[in-house]
Design a protein around this ligand. Structure first.
Ligand SMILES: [Mn+2]
Length: 318
């Protein structure tokens, strides 16, 4: 007999492997799943309205550093619980399951899936896959790696196999398949043999193949060097810019990648280099959506302003 779900619930989750695995760990029959428009760290008015109409009593927000305004609006709709590992500001009225904002280290809680796994006492494949998704090879240089190694050993898995599963799950958002991203947590929760399910999933394999071809095409496409900075302009409907930039960074200290086919009216601009953090403020001062870290900055720039913006970046980092 199926148990009745007492309250109407939504899980709003990030579109990457960590978000999908975290949502899957929390998923139960009857819960709705949703991801924002891929690429958006906020909800549109339409999306808020859709959520409002459903009459949810509780909303879990998972692995998603949602913009404060969107979060605030959700608190007016339902009870909110955030499961996360991003360093964010606490908003009153929201319950946080986030060891990082309590001062714990990211090497102890390297992913949202690990936060959720800890919370549920389920340190299983999904909990570890989120970690590999967020850190990839870099996890090998953290103290967390001994835990992962032990898990892989006990389960007869290699790091390459874990990484391949991540690529299959990530392929869904990279091709822009929002529906499949929202379906994945449920599919994974219901799959008896999760590893088998992931590696033999036909659709996910097709999406992964498509991504690999797009990345290859992008890497082979023409590029130029200006002031020692590598500039690559690509035209892809897939969200591959971060991967392309990371690959190119291996052969040049500074890299700018521009994709003007992913969004209709805007260009994606990605910069990788020794220290590019200051470019975030520069982009924001121009009114663009931007984010990043010390070595990487991404911005969304109106197409007609893109070339000028690239010129300014070249000026700033030369
Ligand atoms: Mn994450």
């Amino acid at each position: 007999m199926k148990t009745l779900l007492l309250s109407k619930m939504l899980i709003l989750h990030h579109w990457d492997t960590d978000g999908i695995c975290s949502a899957s760990l929390l998923y139960k029959d009857g819960i709705d799943l949703m991801t924002p428009t891929i690429g958006n760290y906020f909800l549109t008015d339409d999306e808020i309205e859709q959520i409002e109409k459903k009459g949810y009593e509780e909303i879990y927000i998972v692995d998603l550093a949602l913009h404060e305004n969107s979060l605030k609006r959700l608190t007016e709709i339902a009870k909110i619980k955030v499961f996360d590992h991003h360093l964010t500001k606490k908003l009153s009225g929201v319950e946080y399951i986030n060891p990082i904002i309590e001062g714990k280290s990211e090497e102890d809680f390297p992913s949202a899936s690990w936060v959720v796994g800890n919370y549920l006492s389920q340190k299983n494949l999904l909990a570890f896959l989120g970690v590999v998704g967020d850190w990839e090879e870099r996890i090998k240089n953290t103290k967390f790696y001994s835990k992962l190694e032990k898990f892989m050993e006990e389960n007869g898995l290699s790091f390459e196999e874990m990484h391949d599963m991540v690529k299959l799950i990530d392929a869904n958002y990279k091709v822009g398949d929002k529906k499949e991203v929202e379906n994945a947590p449920k599919l994974l929760a219901n799959a008896e043999n999760k590893k088998e399910f992931i590696i033999s999933n036909k659709k996910w394999n097709e999406n992964k193949k498509k991504i690999e071809e797009e990345i290859k095409k992008a890497l082979e496409a023409e590029e130029e060097i200006v002031n020692g900075i590598l500039i690559k302009r690509i035209k892809s409907k897939c969200n591959i810019i971060s991967t392309v930039a990371r690959e190119l960074w291996k052969k040049n200290d500074y890299v700018i990648v521009i994709n003007d086919k992913f969004f209709e009216k805007d260009s994606q601009v990605y910069v990788r280099g020794k220290d590019v953090y200051h470019l975030i403020d520069l982009a924001k001062s121009k009114g663009y959506v931007a984010g990043g870290k010390k070595n990487v900055v991404g911005a969304i720039v109106p197409k007609e302003e893109c070339e000028e913006f690239v010129e300014i970046i070249l000026e700033k980092i030369k």
